[in-house]
Design a protein around this ligand. Structure first.
Ligand code: BGC
Length: 807
């Protein structure tokens, strides 16, 4: 490939790229699932499998295709295959079981070779959910493996999982995602995965009959070790516990070095926070034991990192150790799905920078193969509502399209025939509901089911990929149709179970359900989803359906106004979230907009300027203010430092976003043991506001995929400078603004083949210094439409005249 520009300049040729196709269908899988014969349903042991094979000279390429029921690790001739972990990840296994492809050409040689595999329960058969269930997909782990070697004379040689393999119980005595791992290094068998190993004591495997129709090539990023964090300190708590602090709450596990005698142990426990007295605190993990036990073999320095588990933690308690551990013996291994960073944000306020850091780390902690609610307790599920509220922010942080594509395919696969959407994807709640009386239903809550529509649409807006939109379109439409047949006159959705404005502070004592009426919330989301389906139909060239759903959305909006607004413009529900959703989803009659904004401000000031919003109102509250000429009020809210506020957590040492505004109360006590995650990204959905509004780097939704940008600095809240960058599909875009000596300076970079609308607040055509841009007056100040390249604008910015921006 080469590129040329409009001045006739040409680049050189790029390096050639390559691609190869996956299997074209299940028929190509001439391999069978194999297991150990005696694996019990309640066993959490790791299982080993091995096979030797002979290859001839002249190997030109070799590929391994593999997957498992459970989790697997593979080695060839003793060396690990690939560097992904927790493969094959979590999908709706009965409908979609992903297989991974590895180029192993350099790992094989003519002569004898050996393949080794280890299996563990994982999501497939291990404990899953908060009512102690297991074996949700099956009670026995199994491997599916196919090695295809191509020789220089184009002959191929295949090595498959078949009954020639042998199995033994390896050193992993126990491994569960929630509970941790027990590993007895004394049970290691040197050379078990190399040729020539004496495996006479190993048993034959059994073949499992299983339909391979669900097999699908890996269609999202794999999870791997993304970062290694050194321990910050090792200290003793008042209770006498030896604790390592990694300084950052993460999803991952610990790698450590240890020396001691055979049979001695290292036992580690994991926690997110310390309690008020500074002791190790694990009550919020509920039944997740998050415990790692390593039994030493006793021959010098031994290094261990668990294989098939992960924890949400910042602190590690050393419960048992053969010597005097040093903090340098411990490293935290950060795990999450591979995604390239896509955006940065920084400003002159260090607390906001910490908030942004915490949002990013909650994203990392909840992107372990599926978008989860939390990574620490006995939950870690693909809650649809959480995913929906955070997805836009996620796209500002990392290139997230394929991560969500994989999950959205599971959402569609698990969607009910009537269009209903499970609360969690992959859907495992049906069984839990039978045992948990609080679970009145398992699917189709407003604000949660809307993930079916909001997520694909957001990905389309961010990446401009029409293919993904068209793949998800039937699922999007089915969700709206599900509501349509249940709503009163097809318009007001007042039936069914809804989480509503979950964990809002205006909930009744002891309840998680916020005070905003659920018919209002449900109808607001219904209007929004119907509109997005209409827009999707438009984008996909389906004019008839576009008209149908846009019209439906208009009618829902009319019905919403008739039902929830009085003729003089009072919104029936006097809650912050009701006003926020009405403003954010364009449900307010034009003539009542000012009143609605004013009432929201009154509601805030009645609460000392603090928010009371939960999962559904919080993501939009700053936007509802700033989009309605109240930027200074949005900043005032965002910059609150006392409870409840985003910065309250920051000031209390949070390194990720909390599930509750008062996860740790001002007196240091905990909100509750039952549901208190310190790594829950929902309230971090304000992240997009920092990029789009505070820094002022946004894309114009009318031209998806950042084809057209909107750059509008958002000075306020005493901030003197802010900057953001974004890796758009066209290349890097950035903005940096600063206020200095009575002038505002804005430096923008617009990528190739994109245009940008630059809006400069309080500038006027007469007083602006602008390079190569034709400025015109606009409501906010001055604006220009520019093409690619870097430009700097500067103009006098009179603080006294524009106080509303700066307070
Ligand atoms: C999860 C949430 C989820 C909610 C449903 C919780 O247990 O952690 O984040 O959305 O249940 O209301």
């Amino acid at each position: 490939m080469k590129v040329s520009d409009n001045h006739g300049e040409e680049s050189g040729w790029s390096q050639p790229g390559t691609f190869e196709t996956a299997f074209l269908g299940p028929a190509e899988w001439d391999a069978t699932f194999i297991s150990a014969a005696d694996e019990k349903a309640d066993s959490s042991r790791g299982i080993r499998l091995r096979r030797e094979f002979h290859l001839e000279k002249g190997i030109v390429s070799a590929r391994v295709y593999a997957t498992a029921l459970g989790l697997y690790e593979l080695t060839l001739n003793g060396a690990p295959v690939g560097n992904a972990v927790l493969t094959p990840g979590w999908t709706s296994y009965r409908k979609r079981l992903l297989y991974q492809t590895y180029d192993v050409t350099g790992m094989l040689a003519a002569g004898p070779n050996a393949v080794g595999a280890t299996l563990a329960p994982g999501w497939y058969k291990g404990d899953l959910g908060w009512v102690g269930q297991r074996n949700l997909y099956g009670s026995s782990t199994a491997l599916l493996f196919l090695l295809v070697v191509t020789y220089s004379d184009v002959r191929t040689h295949r090595v498959a999982s078949d009954t020639e393999w042998k199995t033994a119980q390896g050193p992993i005595l126990f491994s569960e995602l929630y509970h941790g791992e027990t590993y007895d290094a004394q049970a290691e068998e040197e050379g078990w995965d190399k040729p020539g190993f004496a495996d006479a004591g190993w048993k034959p495997v059994v073949a499992r009959r299983r339909d391979v129709g669900a097999l699908t090539a890996q269609d999202g990023p794999l999870v791997d070790r993304q970062e290694l964090l050194p321990a910050r300190s090792l200290f003793v708590t008042p209770r006498g516990e030896r604790v390592v602090d990694f300084g950052q709450n993460i999803a991952g596990r610990v790698r450590f070095h240890v020396q001691g005698a055979a049979g001695q142990k290292v036992v580690l426990r994991h926690a997110e926070v310390l309690d008020a007295a500074g002791n190790f605190y694990t009550a919020n993990l509920r039944s997740a034991r998050a415990r790692v036990e390593y039994v030493l073999k006793g021959n010098g320095v031994e290094t261990f990192e668990p294989h098939f588990t992960f924890h949400g933690f910042r602190y590690v308690m050393i419960e048992e150790h053969p010597g005097n551990p040093d903090r340098s013996d411990f490293t935290a291994v950060v795990l999450h799905s591979r995604m390239e960073p896509s955006g940065t944000f920084e400003c002159s306020n260090p607390l906001l920078n910490s908030l942004h850091h915490n949002i990013l780390w909650s994203w990392k902690g909840n992107a372990v193969d599926v978008p989860t609610d939390c990574p620490q307790r006995d939950e870690r599920m693909g809650w649809t509502g959480d995913a929906q509220v955070f997805i836009r922010t996620a796209c500002f942080l990392t290139r997230s399209a394929t991560f969500y594509r994989k999950w959205l395919r599971d959402l569609a696969a698990d969607q009910r025939p009537d269009g209903g959407v499970p609360f969690v994807v992959p859907d495992i709640l049906a069984d839990i509901a039978k045992r948990d009386s609080m679970m009145r239903d398992t699917h189709s809550s407003s604000g949660w089911g809307d993930a079916a529509v909001i997520c694909p649409w957001t990905i389309y807006e961010e990446y401009g990929d029409r293919r993904m939109l068209s793949d998800q379109y039937p699922s999007m439409k089915a969700w709206v149709d599900y509501i349509r047949v249940r709503a009163q006159d097809g318009l007001i959705w007042s039936s069914g179970f809804h989480f509503g404005d979950w964990v809002a502070l205006d909930a009744k004592e002891g309840s998680y359900f916020g005070a905003t009426p659920s018919d209002l919330v449900a109808t607001a989301f219904y209007a929004r989803s119907a509109r997005l389906v209409g827009q999707a139909a438009q984008a996909l060239g389906r004019p008839g359906e576009a008209e149908e759903y846009l019209r439906l959305s208009d009618r829902i909006v009319e019905a919403f106004r008739a039902e929830f607004f009085t003729p003089s413009g009072r919104l029936a529900a006097r809650t912050q979230t009701a006003h926020v959703l009405a403003l954010a989803f364009d449900l307010v009659p034009d003539q009542h907009r000012t009143r609605c904004v004013e009432t929201l401000l009154t509601l805030l000031s009645e609460n000392g300027g603090h928010l009371t919003t939960g999962f559904l109102g919080t993501p939009f509250i700053c936007r509802a203010l700033s989009d309605n000429g109240r930027l200074a009020d949005a900043y005032a809210l965002l910059l609150k430092e006392d409870f409840p506020s985003w910065l309250y957590q920051v000031k209390h040492g949070a390194t990720t976003i909390w599930e509750h505004w008062d996860g740790i109360k001002p007196d240091g006590t905990m909100w509750s043991e039952k549901m208190n995650s310190f790594n829950h990204y929902a309230y971090g959905a304000v992240g997009e506001w920092l990029h789009r509004v505070a820094a002022g780097l946004d894309c114009d939704p009318r031209e998806p995929g950042w084809k057209r940008l909107v750059m509008r600095p958002g000075p306020g809240g005493g901030i003197t400078w802010a900057q953001a960058s974004h890796e758009t599909p066209y290349g890097r875009a950035s903005i940096a603004w600063k206020l200095d000596a009575g002038r505002m300076t804005v430096d923008v970079l617009v990528p190739h083949n994109a245009t940008a609308r630059i809006v400069l607040p309080h500038a006027s055509v007469g007083n602006i210094e602008a390079q190569g841009a034709e400025m015109t007056e606009c409501e906010d100040g001055a604006e220009a439409l520019v093409g690619s390249g870097r430009r700097v604008f500067s103009w006098p910015f009179d603080k006294t005249r524009v106080m509303r921006y700066l307070s």
